[in-house]
Design a protein around this ligand. Structure first.
Ligand code: HEM
Length: 390
């Protein structure tokens, strides 16, 4: 039998603007589909993606999670591109600072910051939901938590965007993003541990190295994991939330009437618009996926965004419905590499939705401007007018 194959271009402007028809073709073709343009396979069905993510021995991250050799070499040693036992050493350092208990201690501060940010925006009556709300919030929180010096902070956001895009297939978009990934790593390498706020997440990384828990060379890659993974992801989730609620006012009414729906609503925003579209794995041996054989060495895109809209799993997946409570959606990944920062991301998302729910009756959004990135999906601008709550 010949391998199922599609000549899909997943990275042209049209596909990056609306990737979902391509994902559907992948899902409808086979459990995994060879994409010759990228010399990679794409896996798009929920059950297969989830099973592969929980089998790190067959689907390794250590040969890189991107689609080009340069980025896979540059990200070597980053937590996201490791297997056990190295992965577990690095993850332990982050886990201590991102544990449910550690996150609980941040709740009051983050909720207060959400109120302080939202109040003047609501008073103004109109704002850009991307720049003024979704970007402003995680930047202020995450960079403080990492303890970064003020100097250089303003450049961090552009770097985070590029650090994702740099892992796309070889081509002009990757060429444009790659130098920025290198700038980010150079900037992080230039920071001395004593410049990081004492007690911060960043400082804890260097403390762990000083205590011999991790190697000194792991510090910059771990800093990069925080700076990259903690920003555009949450930023896109928050701007997508405003965009979806503006187009589904009846869902906003539901949430406002019953704020206990906020966690389910945040999950539904992540399900329908996964901020991270995919990361790759490499098959360490011949593996059979739902009857289809993938040869050892195959690079496989794990399409979280497709799995989250798989008709085989979700009833009417294109429908935005905050009452479906999709706790098992895959926007945070799954298994060993499942998002280390999801507690923090949820706290940020819930706090913003809560602050908005108390003050906003209706969102009216203009035409969104999409930001085309090869790995993450989100908006660059979303003009928003609000009707304040009575
Ligand atoms: C809505 C927001 C977020 C989304 C959608 C998201 C998504 C993801 C995904 C899909 C992965 C899995 C990678 C894989 O399968 O290889 C991941 C891993 C990770 N995320 Fe997040 N993330 C978010 C927020 C955050 C935040 C706020 C932080 C920290 C400040 C963070 C830190 C990490 C780290 C360190 C990893 C690597 C974990 C590992 O390899 O063991 N993320 N994230």
């Amino acid at each position: 039998m010949t391998d199922p194959s599609l000549d899909l271009d997943l990275f042209c402007d049209e596909a990056l603007t609306d990737p979902f028809p391509g994902y559907r073709r992948i899902r409808d073709t086979a459990p995994a589909v060879h994409l010759p343009r990228y010399d990679a396979w794409a896996m798009g069905r929920y059950a297969d993606v989830r099973a592969a993510l929980s089998d790190w021995e067959s689907f390794s991250s250590a040969r890189g999670i991107g689609l080009n050799d340069l980025a896979n070499a540059a990200t070597q040693g980053m937590i996201i591109a490791t297997d056990p036992p190295e992965h577990d050493r690095l993850r332990n350092v982050l886990a201590a600072r991102l544990s449910p208990k550690a996150i609980r201690n941040l709740r009051e501060d983050i909720e207060r910051r959400a109120d302080e940010l939202v109040e003047p925006l609501v008073a103004a009556g109109s704002f850009d939901a991307v720049n003024d709300l979704a970007r402003a919030f995680p930047i202020s929180i995450v960079l403080d938590l990492i303890g970064l010096p003020q100097d250089g902070r303003s450049r961090v956001l552009g770097w985070a965007d590029a650090a994702f895009s740099a892992s796309g297939p070889p081509g002009p978009r990757t060429d444009a993003a790659f130098p920025l990934l290198q700038d980010q790593l150079a900037y992080l390498s230039s920071i001395r541990p004593d410049q990081l706020t004492p007690g911060s997440m960043g400082r804890a990384i260097y403390d762990a190295a000083a205590a011999g828990e991790i190697r000194q060379e792991s510090c910059v890659p771990l800093m990069s994991a925080y700076v990259t993974a903690g920003l555009d992801t949450t930023i896109n989730a928050i701007s997508n939330a405003v965009w979806y609620f503006s187009r589904h006012p009846e869902q906003w009414d539901l949430l406002r009437r019953d704020p206990s729906l906020i966690p389910a609503a945040f999950n539904e925003v992540l399900r329908i618009e996964a901020p991270v579209q995919f990361f790759c794995r490499v098959a360490t041996r011949d593996v059979v996926v739902d009857g289809l054989r993938l040869a050892a060495g195959s690079r496989v895109m794990m399409l979280y965004a497709s799995a989250n809209r798989d008709e085989r799993k979700w009833d009417d997946p294109e429908r935005f419905d905050i009452t479906r409570n999709p706790v098992d959606q895959l926007a945070f990944g799954y298994g060993m590499h499942g998002c280390a920062g999801q507690g923090l991301a949820r706290l940020e998302g819930h706090s913003i939705l809560g602050a908005l729910a108390r003050r906003v009756e209706r969102f009216e959004t203009g035409t969104p401007v999409r930001r085309l990135n090869q790995l993450i999906r989100g908006l660059d601008a979303l003009p928003t007018k609000i009707t304040p709550a009575a």
